[in-house]
Design a protein around this ligand. Structure first.
Ligand SMILES: C[S@@+](CC[C@H](N)C(=O)[O-])C[C@H]1O[C@@H](n2cnc3c(N)ncnc32)[C@H](O)[C@@H]1O
Length: 287
């Protein structure tokens, strides 16, 4: 009976079930679906309903909430409710500010301190385009001196599916659309119609599954010089944004920078940072 219902007439989500699922997702990830996004959530979860062979969204909610094996489904849920859009060298003025201002400033300070250590983090790295971009830019700045530095770039995301692509490090022409041709030639190997990131850059990047909601684990992410958390906060409500941004502040070294999406702002979210105006981009500095 349920199977018939699933395959022939997909169940509609009642307002009550929408609220239950919305609150569940919010509690577990900070991702907030406003009332206006009910259809979006319904569309995204319809595939999970089919995959789990459950007849309606109520049953799906009870599976998530009470089934002892809900952990596996929770990971699929995160894959379904996240938006993983990204690309290499996304928002070029920000990348330029990172390359020409923030990174050289941090490197000069590190050299003065006699510690050639650099810790960067792409928080919400999706399929890896962002942390690999950070790696390419760092290599471009340091050139042969890279070998004298201890550089580690962390890429983290809540979506296992996105991280699987990040680990494969193989991309379409489209996601490389903002990459300058000489950079593309240097750091990517063409494989049929795809492009693979060269090992020299891949090995700079450490990928891991990390949910911002897991404050215990996020607190362990210490000592970063620059954090990119771009186009991630938009999916949270203000309370979650405040919580996560305050964590990111703690994750930075003094003098470190946070970059958020170019259309995002920390107005009414945090006063802890100093706003720094770079050409065409903003940086948030921990003084
Ligand atoms: C639109 S992508 C942005 C990717 C990249 N930062 C960029 O700007 O190109 C947003 C990413 O944030 C991740 N995300 C959403 N909620 C998260 C959470 N609670 N913890 C960790 N990552 C999360 C999503 O899985 C998604 O890959």
């Amino acid at each position: 009976m349920n199977e018939l219902k699933t395959s022939e007439a997909p169940s509609l989500m009642t307002d009550e079930t929408f609220r239950l699922l919305r609150d569940f997702i919010y509690e577990h990830s900070g991702i907030y679906f406003s009332d206006a996004k009910k259809t979006q959530l319904e569309n995204r979860l319809t595939l999970r309903l089919k995959a789990t062979n459950l007849g309606d969204f109520d049953k799906y909610y009870y599976l998530l909430k009470y089934d002892p094996q809900a952990d596996r489904e929770l990971r699929c849920l995160f894959d379904s409710v996240t938006t993983n859009e990204t690309s290499f060298f996304r928002s070029p003025p920000q990348i330029q500010s990172f390359q020409e201002k923030a990174l050289p400033e941090i490197m000069a300070r590190r050299e003065e301190q006699g510690e050639k250590i650099l810790r960067l983090w792409s928080a919400g790295c999706s399929t890896g385009d962002e942390p690999y971009t950070m790696g390419i830019v760092t290599k471009e700045l340091l050139q042969e001196r890279l070998a004298q530095w201890d550089v580690k770039i962390w890429g983290s995301d809540i979506s296992e599916k996105a991280l699987k692509s990040a680990r494969a490090a193989t991309y379409s022409e489209y996601t490389l659309r903002s990459v300058p041709p000489e950079i593309k030639k240097k750091y990517f190997i063409a494989e049929r119609s795809q492009y693979r990131v060269v090992d020299e850059i891949r090995t700079l990047v450490e990928l891991q599954c990390l949910n911002f909601n897991d404050s215990k684990r996020v607190r362990l992410m210490r000592g970063f010089d620059i954090i990119f958390c771009r186009n991630v906060l938009i999916y949270f409500d203000d309370a979650a944004k405040k919580r996560f941004v305050s964590q990111l502040y703690d994750n930075l070294n003094p003098g470190g920078y946070l970059f958020i999406g170019h259309s995002e702002s920390l107005h009414n979210i945090s006063r802890a940072f100093k706003l720094v105006h770079f050409p065409g981009a903003l940086g948030y500095k921990k003084e």
